[in-house]
Write a protein that binds this ligand. Structure first.
Ligand code: AHR
Length: 349
């Protein structure tokens, strides 16, 4: 065989193979994560110029499955993630699960098929993730949990969990209430609006609150129901609480949106929120802080949604093979009405 004759053909073939493989990170349109199915996760891909590389000049590709758009907190969280990815030059494949676990599982499988560099997600509920996370592990794709945790004992299924300490948030709410009613001699009737059933913040905020108020037997929860973290359900459930109980002293809502919905129900019932019924919420988004500044919410525990920059730092570290702490806890505070009034002009979300 004449080597000089076939060498150009071999080189051309090699060039074609390299070009084909170089386009490995296809935009997400296929697989389970596509946006055409109205009940399925809706997926978008965002790219920006320059940026972080996963080796050989290739951009880092991050698949992110978001819970949904149920609250003001979630909207701020989504914006933070999109902005931080663009700033870091990371290609983000973003999928909205519309509050459904099955959609998150579909999206994660789609990210695996697309061979993204890292998968991150905020699990809508705590349990039921092991199978799909094992698939990611077998595919060699690292997973980062943000905002919400999973209840698996197998910590090898994810690299790190970045987010708030929800139990501590519940304790903060409980400590403030304990102090307000430290001299109470009569029963104090509390109603609770829980977050999404089975989600980490609903489980933990309830547990932390109950752990603290247990110290004073006068503080008792007379009704507790989910409002799914939305304003509409918060209003609906509060209406039913008001119909069933004429003697509600305190409302503890696991987020601002449910608290804001409940305020509408309280006002419609001819009562004054913040006076006739003491209100405690969690999140400290702008609308919640505004209601607190007006005295309609008495105490807000902060839950910081701006997790984007920390997430992108972790993604880059993981791709570069650097050590990342197993748990990264977000720092946050709490606001009385007076403090909310002072802080409101400086809030970012
Ligand atoms: O997981 C964080 C919680 O989810 C926020 O407190 C709530 O508003 C959101 O929907």
């Amino acid at each position: 065989m004449n080597v000089r004759k076939i060498l150009p053909i071999v080189l051309l073939a090699a060039c074609l193979i390299v070009t084909a493989c170089g386009g490995g990170n296809q935009p997400s349109s296929g697989g389970g994560g596509g946006g055409s199915d109205s009940n399925g996760p809706s997926t978008q891909s965002t790219e920006s110029g320059g940026g972080s590389s996963s080796g050989a000049g290739k951009k880092i590709v991050l698949g992110f499955s978001q819970v949904g758009a149920e609250s003001g907190w979630r909207t701020a969280n989504t914006e933070s993630i999109k902005e931080a990815a663009a700033a870091a030059g990371i290609e983000l494949k973003f999928s909205d699960a519309q509050q459904k676990q099955e959609n998150q599982i579909k999206a994660i499988r789609s990210f695996i098929q697309q061979k993204v560099d890292v998968i991150a997600f905020s699990p809508v509920v705590e349990s039921g993730w092991e199978t799909v996370l094992r698939e990611a592990k077998e595919a060699g794709i690292p997973v980062i949990l943000t905002d919400r945790a999973i209840d698996s004992d197998d910590e090898s299924l994810y690299v790190t969990f970045i987010g708030s300490d929800f139990v501590e948030e519940g304790r903060r709410a409980g400590r403030w209430l304990l102090e307000q009613f430290k001299d109470a001699t009569e029963p104090v009737n509390i109603v609770e609006l829980q977050g999404t059933t089975g989600s980490a913040p609903a489980i933990d905020r309830k547990a932390g609150f109950e752990e603290v108020i247990r110290e004073n037997p006068n503080l008792r929860i007379i009704a507790s129901q989910t409002g799914d973290f939305t304003r509409a359900k918060g209003k609906e459930v509060m209406q039913s609480f008001l119909q069933a109980h004429k003697d509600i002293d305190v409302l503890y809502a696991h987020n601002d949106d449910m608290g804001l919905g409940a305020i509408q129900a309280i006002e419609a019932a001819g009562l004054v929120p913040g006076k006739d019924i003491i209100i405690i919420t969690v999140d400290a988004i702008r609308d919640g802080m505004q209601a607190a500044a007006e005295g309609k919410i008495n105490f807000i525990v902060e839950c910081n949604p701006l997790l984007g920059p920390q997430l992108m730092e972790a993604v880059i570290a993981v791709v570069e093979g650097r050590e990342v702490p197993k748990r990264i806890v977000t720092e946050e505070g709490a606001f009385t009405s007076e403090e909310a009034k002072a802080a409101l002009p400086y809030r970012k979300y």
